[in-house]
Design a protein around this ligand. Structure first.
Ligand code: MRU
Length: 349
């Protein structure tokens, strides 16, 4: 039998392959091919970026989004700038300004910049960008195993935003734990919050989970506390855009209220992120810049105005969950239970 959504025949259940079939950021030798996340799930449209400026626009306009994915795309943007013989410091500065909160963007550009400073040529920069992409996939697979091991067999879990293959090199962070947990029988049922206003949960996470045959139910964001109250959901599992030195974690808007509700109902709260999301130079969550996006994203749905003309809106797209509300931070370097600065500094010296 041909598995409907992966390239393999007789795809076995309970393996990584059967729960992981998407690669949304692809290098094609002289161009970066991106799956346009603004169009999902209605259409699977791919487009090619051939310049750093185009990659910057794709990041800013959320054609490619998710902390690790934007870092990877930016690294390829540097390669495109080098191939075009552009002024590299200027290209790096343009890419860096695309979005402010996810530190993976700055991390990837700093890593590419170190190679540039060492005199790397275009081929060497290409190898570096590929290494960044490959390391992310490997980290996700490892975190999947580490995170799934924390979950009791047969659990229900709730996730927020999209942290899967679309948001990373592949497999995903929180969604990687969910993939591994489903494969190992630790997770029986997944709930995904729709993630207003951009609908990453409804449009993207549900797209990934349904394609991969994972039992998933969408909930309105406002249904989360009611869901957590009945005791079946054992873990809320989310990704991160930046983790400060004390464990405070910036992630998609709405994460903080989930953490409060989880603590109130005795549900555990897990953050899953690669070390590239950890920012030991930022002491506290209060020091993380929170991206404010256009109010128009809240005032319309799918291009149709839903709020009275003349209305204003406030649209912060990330919030910070204090470390005290987090039960586990899972990274590819290991798991930190009840995170604090001492444990963070031990794992990230
Ligand atoms: O605005 P987005 O869609 O880029 O926000 C994405 C998130 O907040 C994700 O939870 C985070 O980047 C982790 S992705 C592995």
């Amino acid at each position: 039998m041909r598995h409907p959504h992966c390239q393999c025949d007789n795809a076995p259940m309970n393996t990584h392959a059967s729960h992981d079939s998407i690669r949304a950021v692809q290098w094609h030798g002289d161009r970066l091919r991106l799956l346009d996340q603004r169009r999902l799930p209605a259409e699977e449209v791919w487009f090619d970026s051939t310049s750093a400026e185009h990659v910057t626009t794709a990041i800013r306009d959320l054609a490619v989004r998710g902390a690790p994915a934007i870092g990877i795309a930016a690294a390829w943007g540097v390669v495109l700038a080098a191939r075009a013989g552009q002024d590299l410091p200027a290209a790096l500065a343009t890419l860096r300004a695309a979005r402010p909160t996810a530190v993976n963007l700055m991390w990837a550009l700093d890593r590419m910049n170190r190679r540039i400073a060492e005199g790397a040529d275009t081929d060497a920069l290409t190898r570096e960008a590929q290494a960044i992409q490959d390391e992310d996939l490997a980290a996700n697979r490892h975190m999947g195993e580490l995170g799934a091991a924390l979950i009791e067999p047969g659990s229900h879990v709730l996730t927020h935003c999209n942290t899967g293959s679309l948001a990373t090199a592949g497999y995903g962070t929180a969604l990687g734990v969910i993939r591994a947990g489903v494969a190992s029988g630790h997770i029986e049922q997944v709930y995904a919050g729709e993630t207003r206003p951009w609908q990453q949960g409804a449009r993207l996470t549900m797209w990934e989970l349904v394609r991969d045959g994972i039992p998933a139910r969408l909930i309105a964001d406002s249904a989360a506390s009611h869901l957590l109250k009945d005791g079946k959901v054992k873990w809320v599992i989310v990704g991160a855009d930046r983790i400060a030195a004390n464990g405070d974690t910036a992630n998609k808007i709405g994460t903080y209220q989930l953490a409060i509700a989880a603590r109130h109902h005795g549900v555990k709260f897990m953050v899953v992120a690669p070390s590239t999301t950890v920012d030991m130079a930022t002491a506290h969550g209060d020091d993380i810049e929170i991206e404010l996006r256009d109010a128009a994203e809240l005032l319309s749905m799918s291009g149709t105005r839903t709020v009275i003309e003349g209305a204003d809106a406030w649209n912060p797209v990330f919030d910070v969950t204090p470390a005290a509300l987090i039960d586990a931070i899972v990274t590819e370097r290991g798991v930190i239970l009840k995170p604090d600065e001492t444990q963070m500094r031990t794992l990230f010296p």
